[in-house]
Write a protein that binds this ligand. Structure first.
Ligand code: ZN
Length: 328
């Protein structure tokens, strides 16, 4: 063999190995994309299963934690009522994905169409699934519609930063119908729309007189620390006292398990009263925000989920404006 034939066979061998390497890399790439697809598809499944609440009412109970990539933003309760003309949906969850999965579950288990959707307030964990119900009338109070119109997209962007891919393709879709407080009949159910405030500037509770189920939205938290970022605590306490007057059989809170008694109402009222008094007395003592953040939390609230986390978030949101009002 001469030098040139040696070079030629070396070149051929070189090309052969490069081709083999290319084929292997391509195979690895295809397999990993396929794998990624599988992981993403299963990761984006909220695995929604509704719990019955009495006869004909169902609730999807969300996590009692804060937003995370793990829970995909599924931290609130969403519910539905099966009537003889179709299904009424109360709140649509935290993303387009959630709304779609919720709708598929409801339609496949009931065999009925959705005839009405309500939003209890403008927080993203309660309305960002609206997009999956675009062909249905989505109803809410004027104040809630205004809040979604003006803040919805910013809340959507913020949630994307917190939970990531779960928010894919989600846009803030506003309610299409304004309801006023009072009674309406839908599918044979006497539904009372109750306009309140305190958790936000406009909160809607819904009382189904036909079944005795009260949908309290985020005016009531159960075994989960109330979120006070947009709160007016005095107004919120008044709203709870109004809800306590109702003769309900079941209470569906915005977060946490369903109850039949006053426990969740008393718990939410107790925490909010304590928070208000504690922050007022912190101002009286001249504590700054870092000292207010370090205050000891009573033992009786230790059973509330994410107590320390939500307390801190609440102080950071409320204390600066309370300080300003105090000194003015
Ligand atoms: Zn809320």
């Amino acid at each position: 063999m001469n030098i040139s034939s040696n070079l030629s066979s070396y070149r051929q061998m070189h090309i052969y190995y490069i081709r083999r390497l290319f084929k292997t890399s391509l195979l690895v790439l295809v397999l990993s994309l396929f794998n990624l697809q599988l992981i993403n598809a299963s990761e984006l499944d909220y695995k929604l299963v509704a719990e019955p609440v009495g006869k004909g009412t169902y609730v999807f109970i969300g996590s009692t934690k804060y937003f995370s990539k793990k829970n995909g933003g599924n931290i609130a309760n969403a519910a539905y009522v099966v009537t003889n003309s179709g299904v009424i949906v109360i709140d649509t969850g935290s993303s387009y994905q959630y709304g779609k999965q919720m709708r598929k579950y409801i339609e496949s288990t009931t065999g009925l169409s959705i005839i009405k959707v309500f939003n209890t307030h403008h927080h993203p964990d309660h309305f960002l699934g609206n997009q999956a119900f675009k062909d249905v009338s989505i109803a809410s109070l004027q104040g809630i519609v205004n809040a979604i119109d003006s803040q919805g997209e910013a809340l959507n962007t913020n949630l994307y930063a917190l939970v990531g891919d779960w928010m894919k393709e989600t846009v803030a879709y506003s309610p299409t119908e304004v309801v006023t407080p009072g009674k309406i009949t839908i599918g044979g159910h006497d539904i009372e729309i109750i306009a309140l405030d305190g958790h936000t500037d406009s909160d809607m509770a819904i009382y189904d007189h036909t079944t005795g189920v009260l949908f309290a939205g985020d005016l009531i938290f159960h075994d989960r620390t109330p979120a006070v970022a947009n709160a007016n605590i005095q107004n919120w306490l008044n709203s709870i006292r109004q809800l306590q007057e109702l003769d309900y059989t079941y209470l569906i809170a915005g977060h946490g398990p369903v109850t039949t008694d006053q426990h969740a109402m008393i718990q939410t009222h107790d925490y909010l009263s304590w928070l208000h008094e504690t922050l007022q007395s912190a101002l009286d003592k001249g504590l700054d925000i870092s000292e207010a953040l370090e205050l000891e939390l009573p033992k009786r609230f230790q059973a509330l989920d994410i107590l320390h986390e939500e307390y801190k978030r609440g102080v950071l949101q409320l204390y600066p404006s309370m300080e300003q009002a105090y000194f003015e």
